[in-house]
Design a binder for this molecule. Structure first.
Ligand code: MN
Length: 322
C-alpha cells in the first residue's frame, strides 16, 4: 500500500505517478500525465512561490491531492495545468491543441473561480457561494481542482502577509469548508477548518492544540481499550465490520467550546469510534447499535438516527454516546 503524503511531506511528480498507478491503468492516461508535467516544467520555468521554491511544486501538489481523492486522469492533468492559463500567458487555443477541449475547459473553469474577487460588500459570501455552486452544476471536477488548489495554498499560507492570511482564511472557513462538507470530502474540510482557525484565532488554536497534546497519550490508551471491547463484542456475534478510532479536530473542539460554552474538560465525546459496515443495507447498522446498547448504557438524548433522517449532505449513520 502507498502511504498518502500529508502537509509537511515533500511531494514530487514521481509520487503522483506512483499513487496514480494504484488505480489508473491505461497507458495513454499515464502518458498524458507525463506530458502535462513536462509542459508545466517549461511554462512555469523561472517562476517561484512566495516560499522561494520553484512554482511547479504547487501544481504537482494539487495533482497529488486530486490523485489521493482518486479522481480521473483528466482531472489530474487539469490540476497540473491549472495555473498555466492565468500565470503563464498561454492561450486557450494552444492548450486545447496540446491537451484537448475537455481538459482546457476544466482549466478555464478553475481560472474563472480563482478570479472571483472577494468584495468588501456584506454579501460577498452569498455571491461567491452562488458562483461556486453554478460551477459545480457545470462540472464537479472544476470544484475538486479548486479545492486541491485552496488546500495547498492554505498549507503554505505562512509565506503571505498577515492581512492576506486573514482574508484567505476567512474565505476558506466561510465559503470553502461548508461546500467541502456538503460534498462529503471530509478530510479536506477538516484540514481547511483547522488551518483557517490557525490564522483567524491563533490564540484559541494554540490553546486547544496544547490541551490535546497534553492528554494524547492517555486518550490513546482509552481509545485502544474501547476498541478492543467493541471488537470482542462484535466478533462474538459474527458481525463483519471495520472499526476506526477518531480524534476530534481542533476546529470542532473550538466550535463546541464556543457554541455550547463548555470547557475543554467538559467535552466528553472527544473519544469516538466508528463502526463501518459493508453494503447499503441499514439493518446490520441497527443490529450493531442494539448490541452496543445492550452492553453499555447509552446517555439519554444523545442517540441520533441519521439513517432514517439523513443530513442535508446525505450523510447517513447512527450516533450514540455510551
Ligand atoms: Mn493554484
Amino acid at each position: 500500500m502507498v502511504r498518502i503524503k500529508r502537509a509537511g511531506d515533500t511531494v514530487t511528480f514521481d509520487d503522483v505517478l506512483e499513487l496514480a498507478g494504484t488505480y489508473i491503468t491505461n497507458e495513454k492516461d499515464i502518458a498524458l500525465l507525463k506530458k502535462a508535467h513536462e509542459y508545466i516544467l517549461v511554462k512555469h520555468d523561472g517562476q517561484k512561490r512566495k516560499s522561494g521554491e520553484p512554482y511547479v511544486i504547487h501544481p504537482i501538489w494539487v495533482a497529488y491531492i486530486l490523485t489521493s481523492l482518486q479522481t480521473g486522469p483528466m482531472t489530474i492533468v487539469a490540476g497540473l495545468l491549472h495555473d498555466v492559463l492565468e500565470d503563464c500567458g498561454v492561450a486557450r487555443e494552444e492548450m486545447a491543441e496540446e491537451f484537448g477541449e475537455e481538459i482546457t475547459t476544466l482549466v478555464e473553469g478553475v481560472t474563472k473561480i480563482s478570479n472571483l474577487k472577494m468584495g468588501e460588500e456584506q454579501d460577498y459570501n452569498a455571491e461567491n457561494h452562488r458562483k461556486i455552486y453554478v460551477a459545480m452544476a457545470n462540472d464537479i471536477r472544476v470544484i475538486l481542482i479548486k479545492f486541491a488548489d485552496r488546500l495547498h495554498n492554505m498549507r503554505t499560507l505562512q509565506y503571505m502577509k498577515p492581512e492576506k492570511q486573514k482574508r484567505i482564511a476567512k474565505e476558506t472557513m466561510e465559503v470553502y469548508a461548508p461546500i467541502a462538507h456538503r460534498l462529503g470530502i471530509n478530510d479536506i474540510r477538516v484540514e481547511l477548518e483547522d488551518l483557517s482557525l490557525y490564522y483567524l484565532d491563533n490564540a484559541a488554536y494554540e490553546q486547544i492544540d496544547h490541551l490535546l497534546e497534553k492528554d494524547t497519550m492517555e486518550r490513546k490508551e482509552v481509545v485502544d481499550a474501547m476498541m478492543q471491547q467493541i471488537r470482542n463484542l462484535l466478533d462474538s456475534h459474527g458481525i463483519k465490520y471495520v472499526l476506526k478510532g477518531r480524534g476530534k479536530h481542533i476546529y470542532s473542539i473550538y466550535r463546541k467550546m464556543i457554541k455550547k460554552n463548555k470547557s475543554f474538560e467538559e467535552l466528553y465525546d472527544l473519544n469516538a469510534l466508528r463502526v463501518i459496515i459493508d453494503g447499503s443495507d441499514a439493518a446490520p447498522c441497527y443490529e450493531v447499535l442494539g448490541l452496543i446498547h445492550e452492553k453499555y448504557t447509552p446517555l439519554p438524548g444523545r442517540f441520533k438516527d441519521y439513517i432514517a433522517m439523513p443530513k442535508p449532505n446525505n450523510y447517513r449513520s447512527l450516533h450514540t454516546v455510551i
